[in-house]
Design a protein around this ligand. Structure first.
Ligand SMILES: Cc1cc2nc3c(=O)[nH]c(=O)nc-3n(C[C@H](O)[C@H](O)[C@H](O)COP(=O)(O)OP(=O)(O)OC[C@H]3O[C@@H](n4cnc5c(N)ncnc54)[C@H](O)[C@@H]3O)c2cc1C
Length: 402
């Protein structure tokens, strides 16, 4: 061991959600823990999350709420430290909780309370945290020798266990970085392909103009892609479409895939139009549809699908025409040109391949003492508190073994 190095049992890179939970868990076991954070403040994403209210978990957490090359990998950690374990800590701290739709758990007051709770647990158990302190390099020779840079000075620290909790590429201004992938590759771990997740779609064709004109309009739709369907709000924006339903589907979208929007999810639109032709035959199709959809949207649909019949009453449409229009309403196929990318993505899909990681301990199977937790791994949650739950569960699991 180098004489000038400071020794710790555990060094954790990244004072985000997973790093802090891991730190407190390890320190509560009596381990000497140091957390290295390159930003000037810890837990920036926690503070920004859920519009400042942090959607910290969900009452219903299942493996199906996560995307990974190995759909079983997340199960052990989610069982070891479940949503109920985190909720119990939140309750112990008297943090008021607000349940929103789809069983999402938010702070009633502020995300600051979640961060304060984690920091309190860390402080009570003796965790040392260094901010504005950047990881530079690591060597493994009978323990980990980690070079860090703080106030322009390089220092070497030593630890038995090294935990990589540096998160992923999303939102560089909030700490997003690829350093965790570099460390994984240095130690021979494989990576799965990474791309932006929980992210809005953009369009480059005529749909872009429609989105611009409808910008600000939100409506509940079914949105489907690659066999996955979500029902939630879609929001038209200047660049394309956003809103919870789009973010959910973006986790399953690959470049050049089409997505399908069902604008009237609770209705067979073709049947409804044909019935309306009999009972309300004098009406314009536009007038009828405007009872269920925003007028501005109906105007755009009319230009796309029945502009030559715009002035014709419903009675003049054939059943076949109405059925075709109905099918488009229930299954409007669009081809996004791209996502907005890491600049606005809430998460990064893909990451360190879980094949090289123990699902019980989060330790690299071929590299003793090296652990990966949180978003750096190839485990990505749906929208709804699942990404934080993964950070808590994986952080806790590693915290028990480091
Ligand atoms: C705007 C926004 C809102 C979100 N809202 C929610 C939500 O409500 N619910 C939910 O479940 N999920 C939400 N997420 C996702 C969630 O924030 C992440 O999945 C979660 O924070 C991942 O935890 P982590 O510990 O892996 O990484 P992070 O929390 O990102 O922490 C990684 C830390 O490592 C530090 N770091 C990086 N590189 C280095 C380095 N070289 N040296 C030292 N430190 C380094 C970073 O500065 C950062 O502090 C949101 C994400 C964003 C961007």
């Amino acid at each position: 061991m180098q004489a000038d190095s400071k020794n710790y049992d555990v060094i954790i890179l990244g004072a985000g959600a997973s790093g802090l939970l891991c730190a407190m868990t390890a320190a509560q076991r009596g381990r000497r823990v140091l957390v290295i954070e390159k930003a000037n403040k810890v837990g920036k994403k926690i503070l920004m999350s859920g519009g400042g209210k942090c959607n910290f978990t969900n009452h219903i957490v299942e493996a199906d709420n996560f995307v990974s090359n190995n759909s079983h990998f997340c199960k052990a950690a989610l069982k070891r430290y479940s949503q109920w374990d985190f909720i119990a800590m939140v309750e112990r701290y008297g943090i008021e909780v607000e349940e929103r739709k789809h069983s999402q758990q938010f702070c009633k007051n502020s995300a600051k309370e979640i961060l304060a709770m984690l920091l309190d647990e860390c402080q009570q158990s003796g965790v040392e945290i260094r901010t504005s302190c950047e990881f530079v390099s690591v060597k493994n020779t009978d323990g980990y020798y980690i070079k860090i840079k703080q106030n322009g000075k390089i220092e070497t620290l030593n630890s038995q266990s090294l935990v990589v909790a540096t998160g992923a590429l999303s939102i560089p201004s909030l700490g997003g970085s690829g350093v965790g992938y570099d460390i994984a590759q240095q130690f021979g771990l494989a990576l799965t392909e990474r791309r932006a997740g929980l992210v809005p779609f953009m369009f480059s064709d005529y749909i872009k103009g429609i989105c611009e004109r409808l910008s600000g309009l939100a409506l509940e739709v079914d949105l489907s892609c690659n066999g996955q369907t979500f029902t939630e709000n879609l929001l038209f924006t200047h660049r394309g479409v956003s809103g919870p339903v789009v973010l959910q589907v973006s986790n399953y979208w690959l470049p050049s895939d089409e997505v399908s929007i069902n604008l009237l999810p609770y209705l067979d639109a073709g049947e409804w139009l044909i019935e309306a032709k009999v009972t309300q035959g004098k009406q314009l199709l536009k007038t009828l549809l405007s009872k269920k959809l925003a007028k501005a949207l109906v105007n755009e649909l009319q230009i796309l699908w029945w502009s030559n019949l715009a002035a014709s009453p419903l009675a003049e449409f054939s059943d076949k025409q109405l059925r075709m229009i109905g099918e488009k309403i229930n299954n409007w196929s669009l081809k996004p040109s791209a996502t907005e990318g890491y600049r606005t993505a809430e998460v990064t899909l893909g990451g360190v391949d879980t094949d090289g990681i123990s699902s019980k301990t989060m330790e690299a199977t071929q590299q003793t003492g090296l652990y990966f937790i949180g978003e750096v791994l190839d485990v990505t949650g749906h929208l709804g508190g699942y990404n934080f739950q993964w950070a808590w569960s994986s952080g806790y699991s590693a915290g028990l073994f480091v």
